[in-house]
Design a protein around this ligand. Structure first.
Ligand code: BG6
Length: 509
């Protein structure tokens, strides 16, 4: 007899013996922003949930000499400011006892190697090391070479292992991404390389595969026969803040399109994988990237729009335009908004446009995938009000899924109006949702690379984005980009692009 599965509302037993092996997390950039805002709050919550191994240690490292107490105080502040749970002293004490800092000096990684051996002896972490590169990408090459040169890339005991986690961006174009991938693969086997795209750690993104492949009713409709088009929106109300200098080099296509948005696209468009093995899933994602029609330089005018935010109002507050942000050139040509029409040339999606848009300082924070279905083949109802069915997967905020369909308005007249079926995470599931970094850190410790980006995925998405940049570089006559007022839904040109196709963006006003 099949055992009854636990009810969703049943109390969850505390996890006391996770499969996570004892290990040391070595954070390069241990005093940096990412460690402070994301990594240490994630570690704290993993510990509270009983998901860290019994034998565990965290070593912060970097060029700066930092006193042990300063390091610990900085991590504590990170938890206090950014953890989804309030810090409790006795819990902090458990984590604090596993923390230490060791600077890397000009003489290489010898001190770090000695320190890690001591940590192994003190905490029983058995030579298992997860190196996390939470530094600016310009430091990656030196760290990777340093790890290789000092032998820290190799397991230091029979039960040991050495893995490396790289944060995005992986390169700034295909050539630099290839060079970085080559450098890291010279030192670490690809199975030990964990490239982070934090969108894959979001619960709602993980749910895309469950939604598609654990339910029977959607997949038969998931193709060119029934789908008119797909819109993927990543809109943020924040501006570039203090990251102006970084953003000037990146722009929206590199910052969001090449990674987060292409990952969403892959999960929506991929074929069912043969299993849930990491490579089975990643193979299918790569096939989507291989099927993307490259964008020819002469097509960029018709198929893409870029824009830059001008001053405006967000939540009742006046905000500066991009060109007036700190670190930004007054005549900057960097896009803070990108929209593109993509075509996937395969049997499932032939002729179905995928419209992607991402912008800073937009009307509000919203990430969603909207699949609009074709109209009915024959109009039985003589109503002007027929609205095509739309399935909306809300990634954030208001996490959930809704399906819009037409219904009869009660009354003697025959009036039709769209109505929604709505699923909300907040009301359907108990418990607070873990942060993306909790899941990703845990998976890296477990050695499960499903939610990490394989080398060919990175390179496949850069190949398309390189074409985009080449086309933009050849565009004539531009000394400025189309502007959009902060707090709106992007430049008018993006609305014109869809209007040319006889379509409109969702939430365009
Ligand atoms: C980062 C980008 O990768 O993702 C940022 O560099 C962006 O510019 C951020 O703001 C968005 O992440 P989230 O989780 O807030 O949607």
């Amino acid at each position: 007899m099949t055992p009854t599965p636990p009810r969703d509302d049943a109390p969850i037993a505390p996890v006391t013996n996770p499969a996570t092996e004892s290990c040391t997390l070595v954070i390069f950039g241990g005093m940096g922003d990412l460690t402070h805002r994301k990594l240490v709050p994630a570690l704290y919550n993993l510990m509270v949930d009983g998901l860290l191994p019994e034998s565990f240690a965290v070593v912060g490292t970097g060029r700066r000499r930092v006193e042990q107490e300063e390091f610990k105080a900085s991590l504590r502040e990170g938890i206090e400011a950014h953890s989804r749970r309030t810090l409790k002293d006795e819990r902090w004490a458990r984590l604090e006892s596993r923390l230490s800092y060791c600077a890397v000096g000009s003489d290489g990684f010898a001190d770090l190697a000695t320190h890690l051996d001591e940590v192994d002896a003190r905490h029983g972490t058995q030579g298992r090391r997860l190196y996390y590169l939470a530094t600016p990408p310009s430091a990656y090459g030196g760290i990777i070479d340093g790890l290789g040169g000092s032998g820290l890339n190799r397991a230091s005991s029979p039960d040991g292992w050495a893995r490396i986690v790289l944060e995005k961006p992986i390169g700034h174009d295909l050539a630099s991404a290839r060079a970085l991938n080559l450098a890291v693969n010279r030192v670490f086997h690809e199975r030990d390389v964990f490239r982070i795209d934090h969108y894959l750690g979001k619960e709602t993104v993980q749910n895309l595969l469950v939604f598609r492949f654990a339910n029977a009713i959607f997949e038969p409709l998931w193709n060119q026969k029934y789908v008119d088009h797909v819109q993927i929106t990543v809109s943020e109300s924040i501006g570039v803040g203090s990251r102006g200098a970084y953003f000037e080099e990146a722009g929206m296509a590199r910052d969001m399109l090449q990674n987060h948005m292409f990952q969403l696209l892959c999960l929506i468009a991929m074929e069912p994988p043969v299993s849930l093995a990491p490579d089975a899933i990643r193979d299918e994602k790569v096939k989507v990237l291989q099927s993307l029609r490259p964008i020819a330089p002469e097509e960029v005018d018709d198929s893409t729009v870029r824009g830059q935010y001008a001053e405006g109002t967000i939540d009742g507050e006046a905000v500066a335009g991009y060109a007036d942000e700190p670190g930004v050139a007054h005549d900057s040509m960097t896009e803070t908004y990108v929209a593109a029409r993509l075509q996937i040339d395969n049997w499932r999606w032939a002729g179905v446009p995928f419209y992607l848009r991402a912008g800073k300082r937009m009307n509000r924070r919203l990430t969603e995938v909207a699949m609009q279905f074709r109209e009915v083949p024959h109009r039985l109802f003589r109503s002007d009000g027929l609205t095509p069915n739309t399935l909306v997967l809300r990634i954030q905020p208001d996490e959930g899924i809704s399906l819009t369909f037409d219904g009869k308005v009660p009354g003697a007249q025959s009036r039709i109006r769209p109505v929604d079926m709505d699923f909300l995470y907040g009301t359907s599931f108990d418990g607070a949702t873990p942060e993306a970094y909790e899941r990703l850190l845990l998976d890296a410790m477990l050695g499960d690379s499903t939610l990490f980006i394989r080398r060919d995925e990175v390179e496949g998405s850069w190949a398309w984005v390189d074409g985009l940049h080449e086309g933009w570089g050849r565009q004539h006559g531009g000394t400025s980009l189309p502007e959009y007022t902060a707090g709106t839904w992007g430049p008018a040109e993006a609305h014109v692009m869809l209007a040319r196709d006889g379509r409109t963006w969702r939430r365009s006003k």
